[in-house]
Design a protein around this ligand. Structure first.
Ligand SMILES: NC(=O)c1ccc[n+]([C@@H]2O[C@H](COP(=O)([O-])OP(=O)(O)OC[C@H]3O[C@@H](n4cnc5c(N)ncnc54)[C@H](O)[C@@H]3O)[C@@H](O)[C@H]2O)c1
Length: 135
């Protein structure tokens, strides 16, 4: 139920990892507060399940396949958001793959994957959204 102190009606939120876990809960929470939602995930069928729940709440939802480690895919995600909604107000960069392991054993390639995913990908997403917001 939308609360007057936290009313996101007319706003558009992008949530990565919206097919499951924390991203899914974040997307449902923003939709409850009135926002339309873009779900970006590797798991398209899962993102579509979340999208149909959001639509049943009376909001618009768009499920997009996007690997958040891939800069070209993130840029194309924001083009799709612009085509479909013409605005972006909220960015939830939730998707990511951390690696748990002993530092003395961690292959540097794994560290580079994590940095690409959690740092470069999230920065690119914020940069793309920020450009649209400034416009
Ligand atoms: N659950 C926790 O307690 C917790 C705590 C701290 C950090 N995190 C981090 O938060 C993130 C989400 O956690 P969760 O528990 O919701 O995980 P989850 O596995 O339930 O959900 C992750 C979602 O992200 C998607 N995804 C994974 N890699 C992707 C990629 N490269 N591009 C696009 N989508 C991708 C998956 O398909 C999945 O839908 C993870 O990075 C996790 O390491 C989780």
């Amino acid at each position: 139920m939308s609360h007057p102190l936290f009313d996101l009606s007319g706003r558009v939120a992008m949530v990565s990892g919206g097919a499951s876990g924390m991203g899914r809960q974040m997307a449902l929470g923003f939709a409850e507060a009135g926002a339309d939602i873009v779900l970006a995930d590797l798991n398209l069928p899962g993102a579509k399940v979340t999208a149909s729940e959001i639509e049943s709440m009376g909001r618009r939802a768009l499920a997009v396949v996007c690997n958040v480690s891939d800069i070209a895919q993130i840029r194309s995600l924001y083009r799709a958001i612009d085509d479909e909604f013409g605005r972006i107000d909220i960015v939830g960069n939730v998707a990511g793959e951390g690696h748990l392991g002993r530092p003395e054993e961690l292959p540097i390639e794994k560290l580079q994957e994590v940095l690409q995913n959690l740092v470069v990908g999230r920065f690119t997403s914020c940069q793309e959204a920020g450009r649209w917001m400034l416009k």
